[in-house]
Design a protein around this ligand. Structure first.
Ligand SMILES: [Zn+2]
Length: 450
């Protein structure tokens, strides 16, 4: 690893405190709880008074007017994405969980609506400030300071990632916005030295890293830092190492959840997992992925992340099941933050079971990545039946560079590596780039196909 001062990117010699919000980001768990508890008490009252959706949900769960404290929060029912969608359908466009008047809604984002129709995410002025506050901690933690110049491919809207522009503005860094998928403008911007930092998906960063192996395509640039987000990958060692080596830049990772906050976790230059940055505004829990019993957030624990808004006004959610399975990396950190760190190991929906063992496609990506440059680094699992149990061999498609003549032994070698690392048999199909599709912006790790 390139040498650097604690919490700072290599080569960053500025004298700014590398921690944006020292009060929140260096507090102990007890202090974080003491900050969150009264905020939750106000939020609980706000929901009972203004959310027909939660007032009814809590009543159905047997909670009358009694106060439920933060210590007792696990007694409240979970909220699912499906329920929130139903709440919207019940009183469109904002739904029965809009806890303010429509006049107080000052910004509306949309979700990508994987099931067809988009849903909306409404924010009051205070909600926007709250998102910016959390996002600023998140991106500042990655090492973006006011002296950075940031090329972002997240777009301005309609999706919540567009909020990142307000965050960059709050940090005070330079900004070079480019629309998602506009590869030509990204390459122009990097070649012209307009930015030292790139925000993008890990798929896109890999795509650039593959280009960089032919120097004529990308050539030297001022790029020193890549922040990946939008999908897992930036934390998978084989993917991260490849991007860092090919582009000679430090890779850090951020993560958010549209229904909660677009940036909620940020990895610092120590590269030991993403710090939780939502202190005071979002309460996070970890639950067992199978039984959904509460788990302690401690090093080594693997569970599903569950979130509760403490301060959101317009569409607060309580105990939202995120579907993200995370491994807690621990705390504190050499950067000085005491907030817990984690890495996402997969989406609950992408998980499948081979002979009783839970498998996430990210584990397969990690194995495939070792075969660069004979592979591009992208791969996906083909699920032929809806059941979560898969009988081996598990079908896996692996992308290989166009023009490379068929590498007869490659598929067998990858199959052997999957077998020795993950202990199940896979059937690997090699797919050339031009046939793999999706132009390298965001990769679906699982594809259902009969
Ligand atoms: Zn750190």
């Amino acid at each position: 690893m390139i040498s650097h001062a604690p919490g700072r990117l290599a080569g960053d010699t500025c004298d700014r405190d590398p921690i944006w919000d020292r009060d929140v980001e260096t507090e102990t768990h007890d202090e974080a709880f003491a900050r969150a508890a009264p905020a939750w008490d106000r939020q609980f009252r706000h929901l009972m008074d203004h959310s027909p959706f939660y007032a009814r949900k809590f009543r159905d769960a047997g909670i009358r007017d009694a106060k439920v404290t933060l210590t007792e929060i696990a007694e409240l029912p979970f909220s699912t994405k499906g329920e929130l969608k139903q709440a919207i359908d019940g009183a469109p466009p904002f739904g029965t969980n809009l806890c303010v008047t429509p006049e107080q809604v000052k910004r509306v984002y949309q979700t990508s609506g994987t099931t067809g129709v988009p849903t909306v995410i409404a924010l009051t002025h205070a909600d926007m400030d709250m998102w910016t506050a959390i996002g600023t901690r998140t991106y500042f933690a990655t090492g973006i300071h006011d002296h950075s110049s940031v090329l972002t491919t997240f777009g301005a809207g309609p999706f919540v990632a567009g909020h990142t522009h307000f965050v960059l503005s709050r940090i005070g860094c330079g900004s070079v916005p480019v629309a998602p998928g506009d590869t030509d403008r990204v390459i122009f911007g990097l070649k012209a030295g307009l930015a030292d930092t790139l925000l993008g998906t890990p798929s896109f960063a890999q795509f650039l890293a593959n280009l960089a192996s032919t120097p004529r395509e990308l050539g030297p640039s001022a790029l020193t830092h890549i922040v990946t987000g939008g999908e897992p990958g930036g934390g998978i060692p084989a993917i991260r190492d490849h991007i860092q080596t090919a582009l000679r830049a430090t890779v850090t990772e951020v993560m958010g959840i549209g229904d909660i906050a677009p940036s909620l976790f940020g990895e610092c230059p120590e590269q030991q997992g993403m710090h939780f940055c939502g202190g005071g505004h979002v309460w996070a829990e970890l639950v067992d992925p199978d039984s959904r019993e509460p788990m302690t957030i401690e090093a080594g624990a693997v569970g599903e992340l569950v979130y509760t808004h403490l301060t959101r006004e317009a569409m607060p959610v309580v105990r939202f099941l995120s579907g993200d399975i995370a491994k807690i990396e621990g705390f504190p950190c050499d950067c000085g933050r005491s907030t817990w760190r984690m890495r996402v190991i997969g989406r609950r929906d992408d998980m499948f079971i081979v002979r009783g063992v839970n498998v996430y496609p990210s584990a397969i990506l990690a194995v495939v990545g070792r075969f660069r440059p004979r592979v591009t680094g992208r791969a996906r699992v083909i699920r032929k039946a809806p059941d979560v149990s898969v009988t081996p061999p598990v079908p896996v498609e692996v992308e290989v560079p166009d023009g490379d003549h068929a590498d007869e032994r490659l598929a067998e070698e990858i199959e052997a590596a999957i077998h020795s690392t993950l202990t199940f048999r896979a059937k690997v199909d090699l797919i050339p780039e031009r046939a793999f599709g999706e132009s390298g912006y965001k990769t679906r790790l699982t594809v259902k196909r009969p």
